[in-house]
Design a protein around this ligand. Structure first.
Ligand code: 13P
Length: 245
């Protein structure tokens, strides 16, 4: 079983209507790569999903509520995201865990809501700098995997390893450290189901740029990237997409 590479962009709280032109340019760039292109996904803010989904690039969201509808002012459900044209939803990003106090149980419930809507869930895990320095990175990530990743049919779940200290900092773990953590995550998944572990794409995220993409994307057990800052401009993002070939 080969796992196709996936390059996903997380726009975070960035992007007005004018930025839709970047997604159009990414679509053109991917089409030009033809059969060599990896799977590509852009997760813009909620406000752009509907318009962005009219183009050729797969579109995802950055969060959702655990429910489907109801009295939850300001929240968006996975069913609504599907209706707007999203095919994937990121859940448990460290910025949601930190800024909104999301814990593993809530992240798992959100992932289950995403799966129930028939969408793909991209579940984020990753240690803080203090946890890395204390030598507990593996333990922390194993706990997050056990607590926030639901059992799902193959292909429905993607896991993104994003060390918190590498996000938006220009810092990345060494290649050996990335490969070792991805291997540990796959072994952790295999504890409950080896077949599922073998087909679950594992993305690396944290300061992925055109300049370091190729070396990261060729590491063992790295099946793609979750890209923040470098996904906002088509030229940068395509530098990463092109590094898969
Ligand atoms: P950067 O690529 O800006 O470091 O962000 C990574 C990230 O958080 C993607 O979800």
């Amino acid at each position: 079983m080969t796992r196709r590479k996936l390059i996903a962009g997380n726009w975070k709280m960035n992007g007005l209507n004018a930025a839709l032109a970047e997604i159009t340019a990414i679509g053109a760039g991917v089409a030009a790569l033809g059969a060599k292109a990896p799977d590509v996904l852009i997760c813009p803010p909620f406000t752009l999903i509907s318009a962005a989904a009219k183009g050729s690039v797969a579109i995802g969201a950055q969060d959702c509520h655990v429910g489907t509808s109801g009295a939850h002012t300001g929240d968006i459900s996975s069913v609504m995201l599907k209706d707007a044209g999203a095919s994937s939803v990121i859940v448990g990003h460290s910025e949601r865990r930190a800024d909104h106090g999301e814990d593993d149980a809530l992240v798992r419930a959100k992932a289950e809501a995403v799966l129930a809507a028939g969408l793909q869930a991209i579940v984020c895990v990753g240690e803080t700098r203090a946890e890395r320095e204390a030598g507990t990175a593996y333990e922390v990530v194993a706990r997050q995997i056990a607590g926030s990743v639901p059992f799902a049919t193959p292909g429905a779940i993607v896991i993104a390893y994003e060390p918190v200290w590498a996000i938006g900092t220009g810092l990345t773990p060494t290649n050996d450290d990335i490969a070792a953590m991805h291997g540990a995550i796959r072994r952790e998944l295999a504890k409950s189901d080896a077949a599922r572990a073998a087909v679950t794409p594992l993305l690396y995220g944290g300061s992925v740029k055109p300049g370091n993409a190729r070396e990261i994307l060729t590491l063992a057990d790295v099946d793609g990237a979750l890209v923040g800052g470098a996904s906002l401009k088509a030229v940068d993002f395509m530098g990463i997409v092109g590094a898969c070939g």
